[in-house]
Design a binder for this molecule. Structure first.
Ligand SMILES: [Zn+2]
Ligand SMILES: [Zn+2]
Length: 176
């Protein structure tokens, strides 16, 4: 019993939190950042020369939340401490994948050529393939759908959000 409490429960809490955070990050990216929170996220979808983006404030909010949980967890409710570890671990993954690998916000250049890292890289590149907040695909950061499926979704979205594209296609079909 002792072993269960000291190893198994923390492991489940940390791994479970990391999985939940990927779901929550994807959900909030789609519904908050590309919704009513676009004001901050917009800075991430526009080209610029600044080191920081307003969008980084979202990461600060997540970090504050984790710090609060560490604090409450160490003082009163120990499971929260492990949940805070999970959130922090997810933060590290997010920075590595999104800020590092995809957006190259680190001092060296490395573009993955194969496997899982390439898939995540391509998926988030496709997230940035659309101008503006509507019609984007792939909102997660650690899990990614295969690129060909995302490209198909992008084309469907293009029809939905940009009726002119559809008209062009129709005209092409007519003139062919
Ligand atoms: Zn976005
Ligand atoms: Zn991005």
């Amino acid at each position: 019993m002792e072993v269960v409490l000291s190893y198994l429960v923390p492991t489940v809490l940390v791994v479970g939190t990391v999985v939940f955070m990927e779901w929550f990050a994807a959900w909030s990216h789609e519904h908050i950042m590309h919704g009513w929170g676009w004001k901050w996220h917009k800075s991430h979808h526009e080209p610029h020369d600044e080191t920081l983006e307003k969008n980084d404030l979202y990461a600060v909010i997540f970090a504050c939340f984790a710090v609060a949980l560490f604090w409450i967890g160490s003082a009163w409710l120990w499971p929260l401490w492990w949940i805070a570890v999970g959130i922090s671990l997810y933060g590290v993954l997010y920075f590595f994948m999104h800020d590092g690998l995809v957006h190259q916000r680190w001092p060296f250049k490395y573009v993955p050529r194969k496997g899982y890292l390439k898939r995540v890289y391509q998926a988030h590149r496709l997230h940035h393939a659309v101008e503006g907040r509507d019609g984007c695909v792939s909102f997660g950061f650690v899990y990614a759908e295969p690129a060909d499926r995302l490209v198909k979704k992008l084309q469907e979205n293009k029809r939905k959000y940009d009726p002119r594209a559809l008209q062009d296609e129709d005209q092409q079909a007519v003139s062919n």
